[in-house]
Write a protein that binds this ligand. Structure first.
Ligand code: PMP
Length: 397
């Protein structure tokens, strides 16, 4: 029986929880669910690329052939055949990655949280790109580090900025390929320089690479992992090459760290779903990704071209933007005096959504920036939305 007349509960949150905020993107996404809104705001992959039938068949086959083990608890580090597959695919440029260096995670987002948990104390220095992936800032901020922003230019993060600011840092978080939010790629020369700089300063280099396979212009560049497997922590994800709803990612690290991450993961969720890992292995084990990824690249490349063309046609002079070689995002710089946060509110009133740049900065933000995602909107709607946004921007100039 439900008891009545009990004193009202007063909730007291931990100091850690008190400083948590909901991501602005998730808030904007709620608004953009309305069908009349043309949304360049989300970071969602295109559902047209999801191999639904193949996934269904794989889940069926796993349940039919190995149902009991798929539905049982599994090891914390993950399903061994899948880890062996990933290890083999990452063993390049004269390096060998072993399965026991890999921890399967519930999305690479969980990898970010676990890394924060095992590497950061309150007040630890955490180096991040400026701007950086909002979800990583959110994940690390739980552990209350002191964020130090390192500068970027059109060739990505600037290694000398790391050398100048990095002494004593517990980690450097870097997105070398088609960065979220800017779409920028770290040049080959800078990768080498960065790996050396971090090794010299003794800073763990986190290479977050969910978009690396989605390279549609130029040659894919070397992974920093393969330049220094003893000092680089690599994070990969199946979200952008298969589907994000399965929540499957992985961290590759030197063994000492992998074992520590494994303990942290045990405390968090014991392990990532066996069924999902086995089904994904079933999907990819015979080379499916090698045929599938080119179809994603072709779609995203043409979507990107449409948006670049629309920007050229409809955005006023004085506005600049990045021209990504892969991935899902374009970063726009408006004239200095235009505040993209205020612009976003006006734009949503006209049924066009984007994410203003401010939340992507751990340090001083550039208030005149915005992120546009081009993969989920039809070409006709891209032209329509960019034309409307262009007019709104022009009215402020
Ligand atoms: N890192 C980056 C840079 C991302 O953009 C995302 C997702 N948008 C993630 C990590 C997390 O991806 P997931 O958890 O789906 O693997």
């Amino acid at each position: 029986m439900k008891l009545n007349n009990l004193p009202k509960m007063e909730w007291k949150f931990s100091a850690r929880a008190e400083q948590l905020k909901s991501s602005m993107i998730r808030e904007i996404l709620k608004i953009t669910q309305r069908p009349e809104v043309i949304s360049f705001a989300g970071g969602l992959p295109s559902t047209d690329t999801f191999p639904v039938e193949r996934m269904r068949a794989a889940f069926d086959s796993v349940l039919a052939n190995s149902g009991k083990s798929a539905l049982q608890y599994g090891p914390t580090d993950g399903y061994l055949p899948l880890r062996e597959y990933i290890a083999a695919s990452l063993s390049k440029d004269g390096t060998t990655i072993e399965a026991d260096q890999i921890l399967m995670t519930s999305g690479s987002q969980q990898g970010l949280d676990l890394l924060g948990k095992v590497l950061l104390d309150e007040g630890s220095k955490a180096l991040v790109e400026s701007p950086s992936y909002l979800g990583a800032l959110q994940a690390f901020s739980v552990y209350r580090p002191e964020f130090v922003a390192v500068e970027m230019d059109e060739n990505g993060l600037i290694p000398s900025s790391v050398a100048a600011k990095g002494a004593g840092a517990r980690l450097l978080y870097c997105l070398p390929n088609f960065q979220n939010p800017t779409g920028l790629t770290l040049s080959q020369q800078r990768r080498t320089e960065l790996v050396k700089t971090c090794a010299n300063l003794g800073i763990p280099l986190l290479e977050d690479d969910p978009y690396g396979a989605l390279c549609y212009r130029g040659e894919p560049m070397s992974k920093m992992l393969n330049m220094n497997p003893e000092g680089v922590i690599y994070m990969g994800s199946f979200s952008k090459v298969l589907t994000p709803g399965i929540r499957l990612g992985y961290v590759v690290a030197p063994r000492t760290l992998t074992r520590k991450l494994e303990q942290a993961k045990q405390a968090t969720d014991l392990h990532t779903a066996q069924l999902t890992q086995m089904a994904v292995y079933e999907v990819i084990k015979d080379g499916f990704l090698e045929q599938h990824i080119p179809t994603i690249r072709a779609l995203y490349s043409s979507q990107c071209d449409v948006m670049l063309d629309a920007l050229n046609k409809f955005f006023p002079k004085g506005v600049t933007w990045t021209k990504p070689d892969g991935g899902m995002f374009i970063w726009v710089k408006l004239p200095q005096h235009i505040d993209s946060m205020a612009l976003a509110t006006e734009s949503i009133a006209q049924n066009v959504a984007f994410v203003p740049g401010v939340p992507f900065y751990a340090g001083a933000p550039e208030t005149n920036t915005m992120r546009l995602s081009f993969v989920t909107v039809s070409p006709a709607k891209i032209y329509e939305g960019i034309e409307r946004l262009g007019k709104l921007i022009a009215s402020k100039m």
